[in-house]
Design a protein. Structure first.
Length: 315
């Protein structure tokens, strides 16, 4: 009888220990949610101060988020999900960033990451990457973030789900949670009331933000960095252009902006090649920015999930 009691006590203690470990790994499920204290700025994203061009918008691959500060918070955790975030699925949502308090706004960057443990080094991601931003080294896929544009094609082909994160063109709901310490999260979370996504957009406005499309004249292929391989009839290489032929010019004209260069969103794969070529971004294409600086009219833009382009239909 005593032996049975000892065994029973041991089982109870082991179960209690397991419960404590589980609670530590998944501290506290949120209790309440609110959808009025976390918002995302729509429109062209922010950018860094460029020494030549001045303040540039549309450079950052980031959602600008604003929220109501929580008293005594040490930091905030921000997560994203393709479905609405609830108290029940908070831990299933994708972690995006932690922001030190005090803060009530931050630029939260879109980013894909490789998890080393499940990665099998098959090289499929390296083969499919349109920006040559992935190399398999030592049996693990490694991302060059100077080239990566978070198009997500590597995520689509990975056979073991070793690549995760957030990407362009996907609609995301966001949530934020305050932490008073690592083991002491707030019981409440704030979520966005709708979803939004990042896209590329060619700016044709003549007012702020500046740097609008040059709209090269009809038939003059040398003027557009995206529609030709060389700039201004010189030997300055500009890149190979859109890999899926999703860039077109309205030379008829069909729309209200003569000779405007548009992105066909039905074909666009969000690879970012158009932005790289239009900006000569980080001198990836040509290391001499004085020879090839680009117009920087292609912007990164945040739109609501129900956003519809106002551009004319492609002929």
């Amino acid at each position: 009888m005593k032996k049975q009691i000892v065994i029973l006590l041991a089982v109870v203690l082991l179960a209690s220990a397991a419960a404590c470990l589980k609670e530590t790994a998944n501290p506290v499920n949120p209790g309440n949610i609110s959808s009025d204290s976390l918002t995302v700025d729509h429109g062209i994203t922010v950018g860094a101060v460029d020494p030549i061009w001045g303040y540039m918008t549309g450079e950052f691959s980031a959602f600008t988020m604003r929220w109501t500060e929580v008293d005594n918070a040490v930091y905030y955790e921000i997560r994203a999900s393709e479905t609405p975030i609830t108290a029940e699925n908070w831990y299933e949502a994708t972690p995006m960033a932690t922001v030190a308090a005090p803060a009530d706004t931050a630029n939260i960057f879109v980013r894909v990451e490789v998890e080393e443990e499940p990665c099998i080094g098959c090289g499929l991601c390296e083969q499919v990457c349109p920006m040559d931003a992935i190399v398999v080294q030592g049996g693990i896929a490694v991302i060059d973030y100077d080239k990566c544009t978070a198009c997500g094609q590597c995520m689509d082909v990975c056979p073991v789900d070793a690549i995760s994160g957030t990407r362009y063109g996907k609609n995301y709901f966001f949530g934020i949670r305050a932490f008073f310490s690592e083991e002491n999260p707030a019981t409440d979370i704030a979520v966005t009331s709708g979803s939004q996504r990042l896209i590329y957009y060619n700016n044709h406005y003549t007012f702020y933000p500046t740097n609008s499309c040059g709209r090269c004249t009809a038939g003059d292929e040398s003027a557009c960095y995206i529609l030709t391989e060389y700039a201004d009839d010189t030997d300055i290489f500009c890149g190979y252009g859109c890999p899926v032929d999703a860039i077109w010019q309205d030379t008829l004209p069909i729309g209200t902006v003569p000779n405007m260069v548009y992105i066909d969103y039905d074909d666009c794969i969000n690879c970012g090649e158009c932005l790289l070529e239009c900006w000569n971004y980080h001198a990836i294409i040509n290391p001499d920015p004085s020879a090839y600086a680009g117009l920087r009219s292609i912007k990164r833009m945040v739109v609501a999930s129900d956003w519809v382009s106002d551009q004319p239909d492609r002929p």
